[in-house]
Design a protein around this ligand. Structure first.
Ligand code: ZN
Length: 213
């Protein structure tokens, strides 16, 4: 797989182990729904983890630990049996995103709109949908923390890489980029964003207060 358009193996491992931060896990889940090969890899890892636990159980888990594990499984089953929340108003979203309520569309800048995804947060890191019109670009920017972007429809390109449906871009404080939509239709992305983007240059700093994602 092309490392520039896929989650890093570390991030996929953390997702499989259930230790990835919740907002990042939402974006990775959307990516996996669109990338069956990566999804199969993650499921294989998870099943290996399960087999390992089964083999380890008789000798290493005390009775108390086993009872707690069983109680946990029963609790999880009880939660699963409860009615799921009604799906949101965007049937075009991949299945892992349908369960979350969505905020209203907000105007961010010319040709750029955003919508909050009411998924679990992790400090300042949260999930948003970003819709950018054809030919439009975000300001050239860097980041205060992680920015994980998965393309849901359309396509965009940075200075170095093109991202199509299902592709995932990992960016952080070390990345300076300017995504520009290169599809004929608007580009819809789901993004886990920590803090705010930090526009580059004197003009970027002037307009930064107006760009609140
Ligand atoms: Zn960015």
């Amino acid at each position: 797989m092309n490392p520039a358009r896929n989650p890093s193996e570390e991030r996929l491992l953390a997702y499989a182990a259930g230790t990835l931060s919740p907002p990042e896990a939402v974006v990775v889940a959307a990516h996996l729904a669109l990338r069956p090969a990566n999804n199969a890899w993650v499921r294989r890892l998870q099943s290996l983890g399960g087999e390992f636990l089964e083999e380890a159980q008789p000798s290493t888990l005390s009775d108390g630990a086993l009872a707690r594990a069983m109680a946990r499984i029963e609790t999880d089953a009880g939660e699963a049996a409860r009615a799921p929340p009604p799906p949101n108003d965007m049937p075009e979203l991949p299945e892992p995103l349908r369960r979350y309520a969505l905020g209203r569309w907000r105007w961010i800048g010319p040709g750029i709109r955003a919508r909050d995804v009411h998924a679990p947060r992790d400090g300042d890191c949260r999930v948003i949908l970003l819709k950018i019109d054809p030919g439009r670009a975000t300001p050239r920017h860097t980041h205060g923390g992680v920015e994980l972007t998965c393309v849901l429809s359309g396509a965009y390109a940075t200075e170095t890489t093109r991202f199509d449906v299902g592709d995932l871009e990992e960016a952080d404080e070390a990345v300076l980029h300017q995504p520009r939509v290169v599809s004929e239709a608007p580009c819809l992305c789901v993004v886990a964003l920590d803090g705010q983007i930090q526009p580059d240059g004197w003009m970027g700093r002037l307009i930064a207060p107006f760009i609140r994602l």
